[in-house]
Every structure is written in structure tokens, then in C-alpha cells.
Design a protein around this ligand. Structure first.
Ligand code: GLY
Length: 311
């Protein structure tokens, strides 16, 4: 089977000056995941490698450089999900982990439970060989400055380069046909300590079912949760495609994968009046994406093997 890979770096009002950094981050994430997939490696290894690149890049809201909560601390969430078994591994409220996706993977592989939070998740990670860092090691100068402005003025997207929430994600299919989806996020800026969004919640931010497809969402978590967006998008892949925004003047020529993605975003807007986006692979590995924010950073590997990245 031909492998497939799609990644995103969040759907938000990406300012012009951040466009190249976002594109380059997505390109490097694709390169990390694709080199694994083309050597016959697993979809799980590929999404972990891709997400780690995005977590390490402070232009994205995940890992180092995540938004700070009201206490001025980074709190990260992450999940991986296997489409074959429907098993997930998720972690939330991590304050001392550089790459939260590694914790999600350890939980997926080694824990009888599917989700651990905060101190318990960090203890589990440490016992499985993941080195814990100091909370301040995750704080970038830019986010510290944004947080200070929000504290002295009031919370505003403008203080965060127009970046109110963000997430990074990846969906991959390997040569054996295994399908995995994943997410990592620092959540929303100035969130209440302990707040958990859609990202690590199975079916909300992320879902994978090899019978239909795999999805990774981005946007305002409290809205995405309301429509269980990732599971909703996967279920849309099971149905015959109906183009929500087609008209006689603009007939629908989108792929089934893109139609399902658009329908899910349409539902998010209609039922919650919120903005966001998602990436997906259908069960054959065809990529799809949609967003209703001004921009979304994303990239996928085209049929000819070329990397397509866009913001
Ligand atoms: N979608 C990321 C969050 O709301 O936490």
C-alpha cells in the first residue's frame, strides 16, 4: 500500500510575518514523518516524529512556546489514536514535558488506561524513561511577553500575534495500511489552570477508524467538543459525499475527503458559530482539509511524492 501523510500547524489568523515559518515547520514535519514511511516504518513512528518537529518549533502552540495559562505556565495536552483497534493514548495538563506526544504514545503502548492527566501522567512518563524538564523550560520569551500584556491590559488575540488558540496535528497511513491520527497542543492562551480542550479527547480533537479515516482538528476547543468534531468528520467519510457549499454556479468538484472535511467545518460554524479547521486521511489514504479561519498551516504528501505546504 502507498503511504500517506498530512500535518497541520493550527487554524488561526496567521500574520504575514509568520507565514514562512509556519510553512517551513509543516515542511520539516512532513520530511520527518515521510522519511519513516518511505523506509517502511510505521504510521505511529511517523506521526510521532512529525508532531515532535512541530512541538519543538515555537511558532506553533504546542510543546516549547505554547500559550501560557492564567498562572503564567504552559500546560500541554496530546493524543495518538490507532484506527485498527480504536485504542488511544492521551495525556492532559502536562507542565514538565518537552514533547507531550511522547507521553501520549507511552500511554497508548504501556498503560491499561487511555488517558492520564497532570502529575499522574508526568509520573507515568518519568517511570517509562521520559525526562521531565522544568516548567519554565517550555516558556518562550514571546509568549511570556504576550501573557504580561494580557495581564496588564486585558486578554486579546492581538497580544498573541492574532493567535488565540492553536494545535498541531498529523494523520498517517503506512505501507501495511495502519492508520494513526494525533494532536498536540498548549491549548488556549490565558486559559484557567487545569482547563482541558478538545485536543486530547477521543472523538473531539482526534479520531481514527481504519474503516473510514483519521482526523485531527484545530480551533476553539470548547466549540469543537460540542460537535465531537473528529468523530463527526470520520462518520461523514462513511456516507456518500454531499457538497454543502455547492451551487449550480459553482458545482462541487472536490474529493470525497475534502467534502467531508468541509462539511465538518460547516457544522462547527452552523451549530457553535466558532472557527476552526481539520485535516484528514480517508481509509484509502486520500488527504482532505478544511478551515473557516483566515488561515490554516498545513501540508501533505501529494500522489507524486512532492510535499504540498500552504498557509
Ligand atoms: N484546540 C485546542 C484547544 O482548544 O485546546
Amino acid at each position: 500500500m502507498k503511504p500517506s501523510l498530512i500535518v497541520h500547524g493550527g487554524a488561526w489568523d496567521i500574520p504575514n510575518e509568520a507565514v514562512e515559518a509556519c510553512k517551513s515547520g509543516c515542511h520539516r514535519a512532513l520530511a520527518a514523518g515521510w522519511s519513516i514511511l518511505t523506509r517502511g516504518g510505521s504510521a505511529l513512528d511517523a506521526i510521532e516524529a512529525a508532531i515532535m518537529v512541530l512541538e519543538d518549533d515555537p511558532v506553533f502552540d504546542a510543546g516549547y512556546g505554547s500559550h501560557l495559562n492564567l498562572d503564567g505556565r504552559v500546560e500541554c495536552d496530546a493524543i495518538v489514536m490507532n484506527g485498527a483497534t480504536l485504542r488511544a493514548g492521551a495525556a492532559a495538563g502536562l507542565q514538565r514535558v518537552k514533547n507531550p506526544i511522547q507521553v501520549a504514545r507511552k500511554i497508548f503502548e504501556n498503560c491499561p488506561h487511555m488517558m492520564l492527566v497532570a502529575e499522574g501522567a508526568e509520573r507515568f512518563a518519568k517511570e517509562r524513561g521520559i525526562q521531565l524538564c522544568k516548567p519554565e523550560d517550555l516558556v518562550s520569551e514571546a509568549e511570556r511577553e504576550a501573557w504580561s500584556k494580557c495581564k496588564t491590559d486585558k486578554h486579546a488575540a492581538a497580544h498573541h500575534r492574532g493567535h488565540e488558540q492553536g494545535t498541531v496535528g498529523a494523520v498517517a497511513m503506512d505501507r501495511a495500511g495502519n492508520l494513526f491520527a494525533a494532536i498536540s497542543t498548549g491549548g488556549t492562551c490565558c486559559k484557567a489552570p487545569g482547563r482541558v480542550g478538545d485536543s486530547p479527547l477521543i472523538g473531539c480533537g482526534c479520531y481514527a477508524d481504519s474503516e473510514a479515516g483519521g482526523v485531527s482538528c484545530t480551533g476553539y476547543g470548547e466549540a469543537i467538543m460540542k460537535i465531537v468534531m473528529a468523530k463527526t468528520a470520520v462518520d461523514l467519510l462513511r456516507q456518500p459525499a454531499t457538497c454543502v457549499d455547492a451551487s449550480p454556479a459553482a458545482p462541487c468538484d472536490a474529493s470525497t475527503a475534502n467534502i467531508a472535511a468541509r462539511e465538518a467545518v460547516h457544522l462547527l460554524a452552523k451549530r457553535t458559530h466558532a472557527t476552526g479547521g481539520l485535516i484528514l486521511l480517508d481509509r484509502e489514504g486520500n488527504p482532505g482539509f478544511a478551515f473557516n479561519t483566515p488561515r490554516m498551516a498545513y501540508g501533505y504528501v501529494a500522489l507524486d511524492g512532492n510535499f504540498v505546504t500552504a498557509v
